[in-house]
Design a protein around this ligand. Structure first.
Ligand SMILES: [Mg+2]
Length: 230
């Protein structure tokens, strides 16, 4: 395993989904909650959670609930889908950190300022943070959605907020994330160091960065990151 050596970093910022834990496991945890809710309301000849997991792996991932209800012959799918989305988004997820994420947070604790920048509905992201116990391990968690969807990545506001908190800029700050389409534009403009993690099971592992927003380094496990501070 080749290591990526980066020097002069003071602030290490992580993305959340598919960087610190598998996003897929959140979806599957949500499907379990939705299946439980559904089975209390209608007869399901098949295991609805298993069917939703299957549908998640098709190209039609965004219509899992609609497709399931159509297969179950539901006569009022519109309201049901609304309710299912609500159950999915508010459930307390059963998820855990990737092993290498657990290790890097332990390795860096006390040596660097640690932060998370994450998009997505704030209450959903907060439930994930709680389930992963990140409040105890990360100094600052910035959920872009608290300012509204306009400020989701690639908007620079969250990165500027991190610079403001510790008064470090440029290459003193490092962002580690998985989605090359949106994660690196803003930090690159600000002169941060950037690393893309491409996990084989990651939803965005194969995204391609637009020209000019390619990350400095690409890794497949966080164990490759070797940092030194000033
Ligand atoms: Mg991500």
């Amino acid at each position: 395993m080749s290591t990526v050596q980066i020097s002069d970093v003071r602030v290490v910022v992580f993305d959340l989904d598919d960087t610190l834990y598998p996003e897929r496991s959140f979806a599957f945890s949500g499907f379990d909650a939705v299946a439980h809710w559904l089975q209390e309301r209608m007869d399901c000849p098949m295991d609805p959670a298993a069917r939703m997991r299957e549908l998640f792996d098709t190209h039609d991932r965004s219509h899992v609930f609609d497709t399931l209800l159509a297969e179950l012959g539901c006569d009022r799918p519109k309201q049901m889908v609304k309710d299912m989305i609500c159950v999915y988004r508010t459930h307390k997820p059963l998820i855990k950190l990737y092993d290498d994420a657990d290790r890097i947070l332990s390795r860096l604790a006390g040596r660097f300022h640690l932060a998370v920048i994450s998009d997505g509905p704030a209450n959903v992201q907060q439930n994930k943070i709680d389930a992963l116990g990140l409040q105890q391990r990360i100094d600052r968690i910035v959920l872009t959605d608290i300012w509204g969807p306009t400020f989701w990545k690639p908007h620079p506001r969250a990165y500027l907020e991190i610079e403001r908190i510790w008064d470090y800029r440029d290459s003193s700050c490092l962002y580690i994330a998985d989605n090359a389409e949106k994660d690196f534009k803003a930090p690159l403009k600000l002169g941060w160091q950037t690393i893309q993690i491409r996990r084989p099971d990651g939803v965005y592992a194969h995204t391609i960065a637009t020209t000019g927003s390619e990350p400095h380094q690409v890794i497949t496990t966080l164990d490759q990151v070797n940092l030194t501070s000033r």
